[in-house]
Design a protein around this ligand. Sequence first.
Ligand code: DQA
Length: 155
Amino acid sequence: MASGRSRSAAPVVWVLSGPNLNLLGKREPKIYGKHSLQDIHKMLEKAAKTHGLVVDCRQTNHEGELITWLQQSDGIASAIILNAGALTHSSIALRDAISAIKPPTIEVHLSHIFAREKFRHTSLLAPVCKGMISGFGAQSYLLALTAIAESKINR
Ligand code: DQA
């Protein structure tokens, strides 16, 4: 569908999660919380309806697949919520993909990356993203959706 609209004409927000985020709920719950990624996707679907948006939620453990999705989002997604996991700190290729596409991308993290190990303090993606939300658990994704809806960056 062209220009980020679904059949119902609601703007579509792509929610992309990278490596190891399929393990949410079981993975280090003290850091990442008890919600599974499926739980988060359900919460986003519900919240999207209240904002008049539609979400398309995906997860992959593969850097190349994330890059392909970002490229494919151009002209389809009106905005992107991206949790690239550890690729945040290492992937120039992912940064270049975000730079190359039109949909504004919001970087999200469940944990507060700046309050953790030093190697997590650098995001290669943040400078090419519209903004970053970090440290609010599952709420980070929902806050990104609210930011997209309220700032109308999807229109
Ligand atoms: C994360 C933070 C990253 O440093 C880490 O590698 C992850 C998850 C977060 O959501 O807090 O996999 O992106």
